[in-house]
Design a protein around this ligand. Structure first.
Ligand code: BG6
Length: 520
């Protein structure tokens, strides 16, 4: 393996010096018996503790309905870390140190007495910042966000605009509303109890290392940024494909579907980072201003234009990796006549100076052949002389692919002469792999996001206007589908790349999908 040039170390440049402060605080998790807490939040907090990144002192309080002694909760969480965390093995000594900070508080979300108990518990913490710096993580159903925030406010645990009262923040999970109207309502309810600056809306894609790298890659490398516009780019393809079906999440998925579950948030967020203008600084508001501007410039499809611009699909039975898969309609807690989409492919146009006329194709689906997420920027072909004249469409245009997890990396594809006496050209690749360059370790998205919320940096969280503008993009698509049962051509066999119509979306402009390739 090539050894690093010592200069690389010298040129490593730290951008967040002086930006972050970790103050002692108490973290209260509502929905402490849920899946998210066991699979993501506690493993993330455990790793932050193990790497000494959590504040000291800190308390982590689990608030949930079932009565449970502290020890039982701790044991439950330990086995969660052993099963779900990225390292699996729990170091007993590190765990003991971490578990000493875990406290359980039994209560119903709608019961004021439970919040009085919580307030008393917190008031009993000896160290002052533990009593006033409070991070409330709402790992609950969105219908309960406002209720919990209201009770926290009445119990004087959550204070809006009160200088000198420490800090209190609310972290909320998606789905944030089911359409623009419900998101606006939720936003107004929450902002009755907390200032917008206190609300941290999670999109876990923003916590992924490679998603964060999109901005670094674009704005710290002059050679690419110069080509990042309509002059050089032919079109962009963004794929998030999943090998799994909906599994045990049928009931949730019946109220969501791929458009709400993936496009409104994760895919549009990635697209915003790929296409936005450089922000004036790396501060949260500056970055989010640019994302909002980009989302606002995405052309809204009128419901009558949707059939030509968006394809939906639902999986039938099939095979993925040689394993049989049932049809979506046969999944547990799914209606046998369900019209919910498990696949979406959409063409979006960005009406701004940089991207006018460049299509962005987004697609995502469940039970596809491969789990991959990537952004492929397809450049324009060379002029039709020399090689292009002879090779025609066989002369591949250049492309750069940003591969998000799994198998993170960046690949540049260009043409090269095949060595030998004959004159032959074919595409070759230059590949940068995160694993090969930096080793296999990449922290889980939730580690980064929890730390940022504790530190009070909102850059990686979704602002109110951002969530609302994203709904305004997908709402007309959903209304075009409302009351329209899926047609026969809108189904796809599990293990394929979606319904056939998906090719037509691109071929109309002479484009073709490039499917992500398995990597070793
Ligand atoms: C979640 C969706 O937000 O993201 C799931 O609700 C989806 O349906 C998941 O499977 C995908 O996340 P990741 O990190 O595995 O790509």
């Amino acid at each position: 393996m090539e050894t690093a040039d010592p200069l690389d170390e010298l040129l490593t440049c730290r951008l967040d010096v002086g930006r972050h402060q970790v103050e002692p605080c108490s973290i209260v998790i509502f929905g402490a018996s849920g899946d998210l807490t066991a699979r993501k939040l506690i493993p993330a907090l455990y790793h932050l503790h193990a790497s000494k990144q959590l504040p000291d002192p800190v308390r982590i309080i689990g608030f949930a309905r079932r009565p449970k002694p502290n020890d039982a909760w701790r044991e439950e969480l330990k086995s969660g870390v052993e099963t779900f965390s990225r390292t699996k093995r729990v170091d007993p000594k590190v765990w003991a140190g971490f578990a000493a900070n875990l406290v359980y508080c039994q209560g119903e979300f709608g019961d004021p007495d439970a919040y009085a108990r919580l307030a008393k518990l917190i008031a009993g913490f000896g160290h002052e910042p533990l009593r006033r710096n409070l991070l409330f993580y709402l790992a609950t159903a969105p219908a309960q966000f406002a209720e919990v925030a209201g009770h926290l406010s009445s119990a004087r645990l959550l204070r809006r605009d009160e200088p000198g009262a420490g800090w209190q923040r609310l972290v909320v999970e998606k789905p944030f509303g089911t359409d623009l109207a419900s998101a606006q309502q939720l936003n107004s309810e929450l902002t009755r109890f907390a200032h917008e600056k206190q609300i941290y809306r999670i999109d876990h894609y923003l916590g992924k290392e490679t998603v964060q790298n999109i901005l670094m890659f674009r704005f710290s490398n002059a050679i690419f940024e110069r080509l990042w516009n309509r002059e050089a780019v032919d079109h962009v393809q963004l794929t998030v494909s999943e090998r799994l079906g909906v599994g045990t999440r049928g009931a949730f998925y019946e109220g969501a579907g791929a458009l709400r579950d993936m496009v409104q948030n994760h895919l549009l967020q990635v697209m915003a980072l790929v296409a936005m203008e450089p922000p004036v600084s790396l501060e949260a508001e500056a970055v989010r201003d640019e994302k909002v501007k980009l989302l606002k410039s995405i052309r809204r499809w009128d419901p009558s234009q949707v059939p030509a611009a968006v394809v939906r699909g639902q999986y039938l039975e099939g095979e993925v990796d040689g394993q049989p898969r049932v049809a979506y309609r046969q999944e547990s807690r799914v209606s046998p006549g369900s019209n919910m989409e498990t696949f979406v492919a959409a063409k979006f146009l960005v009406d701004n100076w940089r991207w006018s006329g460049v299509p962005f194709y987004l697609r995502t689906g469940k039970n596809l052949p491969l789990s991959a997420s990537e952004v492929r920027v397809q450049f324009r072909p060379t002029p039709n002389v020399l090689f292009a004249a002879q090779c025609g469409p066989k002369l591949d245009a250049n492309a750069i692919t940003l591969r998000l997890p799994p198998n993170e990396g960046i690949t540049l594809r260009f043409n090269g002469k095949i060595p030998g006496t004959s004159m032959q050209i074919r595409p070759v690749r230059m590949h940068f792999s995160y694993d090969a360059e930096f080793g296999a370790y990449t922290p889980e998205a939730y580690e980064r996001l929890l730390l940022e919320a504790i530190e009070g940096d909102a850059t990686l969280f979704i602002r109110r206007d951002e969530v609302e503008v994203a709904w305004s993009i997908v709402d007309p698509i959903r209304s075009a589908w409302a009351n329209q049962p899926l047609g026969a051509s809108e189904f796809y066999a599990a293990g394929t790349w979606g319904p056939q119509a998906v090719d037509g979306l691109l071929s109309a402009r002479g484009h073709a999908w490039r499917n992500p390739q398995p990597t070793a």
